[in-house]
Design a protein around this ligand. Structure first.
Ligand code: VGL
Ligand code: ZN
Length: 217
């Protein structure tokens, strides 16, 4: 299938940061393999709107296993009545691992949404925090940014395919946007999730797209 990129489509590049690369503190499987393709896609100027998200945690963030004595990375705890995976320390504000990846030319970026900066709440989706008072999950502003530009379709890529990329695409769909996940420009943090992720996307109506199928409108 070929996807023609309308002026009402946005590219959302999720969490392409050194800590999610091999050698980083929360490495995604082959995370570095997507870097040249994302660089080329940004340079192509194919999208009228380009947004990046940046995982941006303070030291001691609640999602870090190191903040919970006796707990190890990748264990789950109950947090505000919901499961929270505990991660290795990652994307600490101001560190090299938290930068937007230095091998990508980000000049085409229109906006950067930082997320996860609330010390007590995680934020997987680029659209809203994982929890909030009275069940109201605080929005990041991305929804309004897109809606005010008449965006009706998003293509989501980046890291991690099974966490922040997935949650961002799901929220886009919930907001009434058409959503596609650029499969070749994403990688998972947990290997062997590909089959389950594909099934989830298909069941929910999120398209699985390849960068090679993208065509200028
Ligand atoms: C992510 C786990 C923790 C992601 C961020 O970008 O997918 N995963 N923080
Ligand atoms: Zn994080």
């Amino acid at each position: 299938m070929s996807h023609s990129i309308s002026p009402h489509a946005a590219l959302v590049v999720v969490d392409v940061q050194p800590d999610f690369m091999p050698g980083g503190t929360l490495a995604c499987h082959e995370g570095d393999a997507i870097v040249p393709g994302i660089d080329a896609l940004l340079r192509s100027r194919m999208f009228s709107h380009v947004v990046a998200t940046q995982d941006w945690h303070p030291r001691g963030h609640v999602s870090f296993a190191s903040s919970h004595p006796g707990r190890a990375p990748f264990e789950q705890i109950d947090l505000y009545g919901q499961p929270q995976t505990l991660w290795p320390d990652h994307c600490v504000q101001g560190t090299h691992g938290a930068e937007l990846h230095p091998a990508i030319d980000w000049s085409a970026l229109d906006a950067v949404i930082r997320k996860g900066s609330n010390p007590g709440v995680d934020s997987y989706s680029g659209f809203r925090e994982n929890h909030g008072p009275a069940g109201l999950r605080p929005p990041t502003g991305l929804a309004g940014w897109l809606q005010q530009r008449d965006v009706d379709e998003v293509f989501v890529c980046g890291l991690a395919r099974d966490v922040c990329v997935l949650w961002t695409a799901q929220d886009a769909l919930e907001l009434g946007l058409r959503a596609s996940l650029l499969w070749d420009l994403s990688r998972p943090v947990t290997p062997d999730t590909d089959t389950a992720i594909r099934a989830t996307l298909q069941a929910q109506g999120i398209a699985i797209a390849a960068t090679s199928e993208l065509r200028r409108a």
